[in-house]
Design a protein around this ligand. Sequence first.
Ligand SMILES: [Fe+2]
Length: 261
Amino acid sequence: MLSAEQIQQNWLRLIGFIEDHISEPRKTNLIDFYEKYSERLMLMPAAHKKEYHNAFPGGYVEHVNRVITCALHLNDLWAQMGADTTTYTKEELVFSALNHDLGKLGDEEHDSYIPQTDKWRQEKLGEDYMFNNKLAFASVPDRGLYLLQAHNVKYTFNEMIAIQTHDGLYDEANKKYLMTYMPEQKPRTSLPYIIHQADLMAARIEFEREWLPKLNNNVEKQKKSFTLENNKKSSPTASGNKAKALNTVKSEGLKNLLDNL
Ligand SMILES: [Fe+2]
């Protein structure tokens, strides 16, 4: 969970990325768009199911900032390894990372993720959010691109493809771009691969930060209770009970089996 101060700082960092990397004339429209929906965006989770990454208030902006940062680093790595990074601009890289999940916002009036109303699901499954059924269906990339054009924010061809395919082959719809064997149909820049890698890297790091301590804690708890159980079994009372039980069994095979327990 993030504090109110962290949520505020993350928001300023996100606006900072726009200030530093996006050029006019679209920079003004983009900042206007982000300011218009600031309250909703600032508090949004990155997902509605707790098992997914950053499904807590402020999780969306934290995730986006991480994807932008990963994308900037990965861009340098791809360049160092010999990829042609002149086929796209740094502005296109940041713009795509910034808006890759924008469709998660919902539409102009409705949030995609609203507080869970089913008490059972909230208590038993830990789902704090649920998908808002008032929203007409659209994929996250489609909705994000729609929102941008509806607010007069233009995007380039490279940005459109990178946002569309940011889920890589986790989304079947991307096969047409990413699974073609025809050279002329392959993406003409590495941008879609870099954005996908950045998203994957950020989501994995978020999983490690949130879930590994919980899972490891559970393993430790299980180990402790296993040791306690074993101690009980080898206690004088337990061995007395075992001896009594063995005396009542006539079959030698069954006796051996019980003795080994
Ligand atoms: Fe993402």
